[in-house]
Design a protein around this ligand. Structure first.
Ligand code: IMP
Length: 199
């Protein structure tokens, strides 16, 4: 099976190819199929946004399309930044600016519990969809540490590991991350569908 990844993120492509390649799925980029559209993510849940992206690319290409929507959910901030994680604080901020703003908004908060969420959706040309959700729980650190990963990783503290997400190697992160967990669930669901055992 060939599937298009509804994203221009090279890191997501590497992770998807590694895991889905084991199922014999050839993951193509939007560039590979000459489709450069970026659908507007105007949903209010990770599920809605991943579906919007996957369906738009499936319709544009006629091929199964896979999308991932992810973000950081902070309890004390009523779930913010959530689906707005990539846009937290507005267009002018970069990754560092966004986690700095988050730390500022957490000043004086006792409850620092948070989680990363990833929802993967595959939209098929026959109109069916497969969805998988993965999460990883942690706490908002008091300050940044580590050089790895991206986004909010430097301030995502993993109490069990005694490290921030940015202090893990790529392999270690993939073992425990929301995206790794979602991909593993997705892989099982896709395996069932491809083997015709999802009834
Ligand atoms: P998306 O590309 O629309 O799914 O945006 C996800 C946003 O959530 C990213 O821009 C990051 O800010 C944040 N995010 C998602 N996954 C991670 C992660 O693994 N580490 C750190 N930040 C993440």
């Amino acid at each position: 099976m060939k599937a298009v990844l509804a994203s221009n993120n090279k890191k997501k492509m590497v992770e998807m190819r590694a895991i889905l390649g084991e199922l014999g799925v050839e993951v193509l980029s939007q560039a590979d199929v000459g489709v450069s559209i970026e659908p507007e993510e105007n949903g209010t849940t990770f599920e809605e946004n991943s579906r919007i992206k996957a369906v738009a690319i499936m319709e544009a290409t006629g091929l199964p399309a896979i999308a991932d929507d992810s973000g950081l959910v902070v309890e004390a901030l009523d779930g913010a930044p959530g689906v707005y994680s990539a846009r937290y604080g507005g267009e002018g901020l970069d990754d560092t600016g966004r986690w700095q703003l988050l730390l500022k908004n957490m000043e004086g908060k006792e409850n620092r519990a948070c989680k990363f969420v990833s929802v993967i959706c595959c939209a098929f040309p026959d109109g069916t969809q497969l969805m998988a959700r993965g999460e990883v729980h942690g706490v908002v650190a008091q300050g940044p540490s580590g050089e790895g990963g991206f986004g909010y990783d430097p301030i995502f503290w993993l109490p069990e590991q005694g490290k921030s997400m940015a202090e893990l190697t790529a392999e270690e992160k993939n073992q425990i991350s929301h995206r790794g967990n979602a991909l593993r669930v997705f892989k099982k669901e896709l395996e069932k569908k491809l083997n015709g055992t999802d009834q």
